[in-house]
Structures are given as C-alpha cells and as structure tokens.
Design a binder for this molecule. Structure first.
Ligand code: ZN
Length: 282
C-alpha cells in the first residue's frame, strides 16, 4: 500500500460508520464474498480487546504502551469510566488488512489505520508495520474518548489523538514537525481561528494545517495555565452529559482575556518550549 505522505489526514472519522455500513451492505449483496477480521487470538486489558491471527503476548510492549496511554489520557483529561470496550483488529500483514477493507468496505481509501465507531462497537483496524505504535496510539485515543464520552467534535477528537499519539519517555511532548510548520504558517499570514475549527464537521474538510491547529489548541489548554486546562476538562465532562454544551471557543474566551493574542504568542513560543522539553527528557 502506498502510504500517503501525511497519514494523519487520511484517517476515518467516527461519523463514517453510516457510510461504511452502507458500503458493507452493498458489498455483501454484490460480491457474496465473506471475509472475517482477525480473531484467532485475543488479548484483553480492561476495556481494550486486541484481536489478531497471530499470537501476541499480554506482556508485549505494544500492549503495555496502550495500557499506559489509557492511563495517561484518562488522568490528563479526568475522564469518566468507559461505557464501552474498544476492539482493535490487528492484521498480521498489510495485504490481509487491505483485502479485508477492500472486501468489506469497497471504495474506502487506503489508510494505515481506521477508527470506526458504530452503534455496535468501537473498532480500530490496522496492520503490523513500522509505525504500528504511533498509529495505534492515535486510533486507540479516539477509542478511549468515545468509550468514555460518547461523542466528540471533529477538531477536538483529532487534536487530542494527535496530542496523545506521541509516546516515548515523555508522552504528549511537542510535535517535532508542527513546531516548525506552525510558526512558518504564522509568518506566512495564517491565523488560528478556533470557532472556524469548531464548524468543521467532515473529515475531508480538515486540512493538514487544521490538524496542526487542533493539536496546538490541545497543547495550549493542557500546558498553558491550570485555568485553561480546567476549561477543557469541564467541557469534556459536559460533552458526556449535555446535548448542546457551550463551545470551547466561547468558554476559553470568557476565561482567558485576549485569547487569540495569547494563543498566537504560544504558537510563537513552541520552538523555545521544545528546546526546554528536549533538555529535560533523558
Ligand atoms: Zn484521527
């Protein structure tokens, strides 16, 4: 499979379940081909169920990393307990993964990983490969969020997944690509606009700069001030309990005077923040 140069633009969105289901029905009617996702072996850890056709130890570093990720996400965002499990279908080869998706979801663009939330289950589809850890961290973050909160605005769903996909000794550290590209965009005249991000409803509307801005808003909220962090945490709680919670852009603007100027200055300081971060990480 030819991976797109920026894989993050190419992940399925939870709302796609309806499209995917329709495609699947059409496929079954047209081809009568039966394929099954991996399922000979399973590893369960809490709300995480990993199904594969090859043996994977519960002690495997990948499983341990996902467990640590779940703890990190839940603690950082003060998430309520999950209401659903997340099933990871882990194909052994890219060919098997591609064959499954081509058969069950014909016409679906080739991506390294998909998160698909349906009324039936929260599922991650991916295959073993060089970037399996990053891909699984990103998609499982979507799963954790949806299992605990049920629904997420598109931009925040992606911003949080971008933030938490970065693992290693200091999870959630500054994205090395974005720290270069966001200041360049600013210098080129681009300006952040959270209210605009909030209006994006379809994943094909989100461009690379939107993923970067979404990541940056998450980083800003989690690392700038305790008040901004609490604004995010409160919003996530309201998402679970209220049908139409007040948007984050409004809440942040009320809690943070001169929000746009503060955020733009934060973007400008990312390089400095990253240098300090690099010096503190062994
Ligand atoms: Zn994503």
């Amino acid at each position: 499979m030819n991976a797109p140069p920026k894989h993050k633009l190419w992940r399925a969105r939870p709302w796609m379940w309806a499209v995917l289901a329709a495609l699947a029905v059409g496929c079954q009617a047209a081809t009568k081909t039966v394929v099954a996702p991996p399922g000979r072996h399973s590893v369960r850890s809490g709300d995480l169920l990993v199904l594969s056709d090859f043996r994977l130890s519960p002690e495997h570093p990948l499983i341990r990393d996902l467990e640590a990720l779940r703890e990190h996400v839940s603690r950082s965002l003060e998430l309520p307990p999950p209401r659903e499990q997340v099933v990871v279908y882990l194909f052994e080869t890219e060919a098997a993964y591609a064959h499954y998706l081509d058969t069950v979801y014909p016409g679906l663009p080739r991506r390294r990983a998909y998160f698909v939330g349906t009324p039936r289950e929260l599922a991650v589809y991916t295959c073993w490969g060089e970037r399996i850890q990053e891909d699984l961290r990103h998609e499982y973050t979507h799963g954790i969020l949806h299992a605990s909160l049920g629904r997420m605005p598109l931009w925040l769903d992606e911003g949080l997944a971008e933030y938490f996909e970065i693992g290693g000794p200091a999870p959630g550290r500054i994205n090395g690509e974005y720290v270069v590209e966001l200041p360049e965009a600013l210098a080129g005249g681009w300006r952040p606009d959270l209210a605009r991000l909030e209006r994006l409803e379809r994943f094909e509307q989100m461009q690379r700069i939107d993923y970067q801005e979404a990541w940056a808003w998450v980083h800003f909220m989690l690392h700038s001030t305790p008040e901004n962090r609490q604004t995010l945490v409160s919003y996530l709680h309201d998402l679970r309990d209220q049908p139409q919670p007040a948007p984050l852009s409004k809440r942040l603007a009320e809690a943070q005077p001169s929000l746009d100027e503060r955020f733009t200055a934060y973007l400008g300081s990312l390089t400095t923040l990253r240098s300090a971060e690099a010096a503190s990480v062994p």
